[in-house]
Design a protein around this ligand. Sequence first.
Ligand SMILES: *Cc1c(COP(=O)(O)O)cnc(C)c1O
Length: 440
Amino acid sequence: MSAQLSQNQDLLSRTLRSVWHPCTQMKHHERMPPVPIARGNGMWLYDFDGNRYLDAISSWWVNLFGHANPRINAALSGQLDRLEHVMLAGFTHEPVVQLSERLAVLTGLSHSFYGSDGASAVEIALKMSFHYWKNFGRPQKTAFLSLKNGYHGETVGALSVTDVPLFRDTYAALLQRTTQLPSPDWRNARPGESSEQVAIRAASALEAVLVEQHERTAALIVEPLVQAAGGMAMYHPRYLREARALCDRHGVHLIADEIAVGYGRTGSFLACEQAGIRPDFVCLSKGITGGYLPLSVTLTTDEVYRVFYDDEMTRGFLHSHSYSGNALACRAALAVLDIFEDDAVIAGNLARSAQLTSRCARIADHPRTRQFRNTGMIWAFEIETTDPQFARKFHGHALDRGLLLRPLGNTVYLMPPYIMEEEQMEMLVAGICAILDVTD
Ligand SMILES: *Cc1c(COP(=O)(O)O)cnc(C)c1O
């Protein structure tokens, strides 16, 4: 046995003794242990046995420009020598100021409030909207609207507006009651209906609820264009335009949770741009640091900001996180924005998306796949299977072929970093087709 192999075994037994892994029934690791990773480089993750895995899901959608990216590494080492962190209450620093200024230009929202992960950005948006209405003299506006099949994170507030039964049902007794609206998912189309018509129909359901409930409703929260964790449901931008107009008409905030779809994932920097709308709140996280460090931000308008600006302490937004606006995380986020600019990433992704889509024809035409769909740098399809363990088995077969893929139920999706090369696309598509041929 080589020294490396034993290092692998050693880490495995130690992780199972001491690390409680996320989104995992730990007993399942008896049959399929986690994979110890020694290092990463570009699209690849390497284990201790010399195997490598193509990271086709950006390590849970966070990695935009590859592992061990030289430009982000350099930015971080420079920052390490100056300032790693300082509390953001009563203090400020260059990276957090620059990041807020640049995000204001990119989103049209001029005030940035920082958290550490996606769920905290959602909590901040929900609390800010609620508090806005209280300060505004409408304290009865305390309820939230969300979409069927939506996902906004798993802390108690964020889970209240999430509709993924696997994550939600166990904790139902802890959650706020919210109203769930029909999803504009184009797969809900009735015979002869276009995706735009599905969006219009979903918007009229929203209108009916707003007419009835607007006086007690603070905000509507949506994932723009793609409902990601709920199974990569995609929808027409018309829904966002209608939702914006309806929220305006009824005095309800629109919260765009762009944690998964922002940062170029759907083909524009923000998904909302494709509908030509500006939300009252935008939540960003995941890709914000290129997959390096936990950071999230909730951006909002001057109008919201002004309602908190007062001599009275408690009219201010007193929410806080210890690592709010961490200098290292903000520096990584600035390096990410530099790459977007220097490499014209949004334009480059147009070509990259078209290349992978055309290679995916083989997947779309495969007899076992259904509902093949694509938005920007997200691809998804359903698999015909009777096997309840499909997702885990597919994940295992993919690892055997050097691919990191992690289906959501029967939905297989691709969400690669924005650096994928043609050869890697070929390997990915060929690997998926081969797995579909051998599994059942
Ligand atoms: C991942 C995700 C979240 C939660 O982010 P965490 O960093 O995992 O807390 C919230 N909303 C959406 C749309 C997400 O995809």
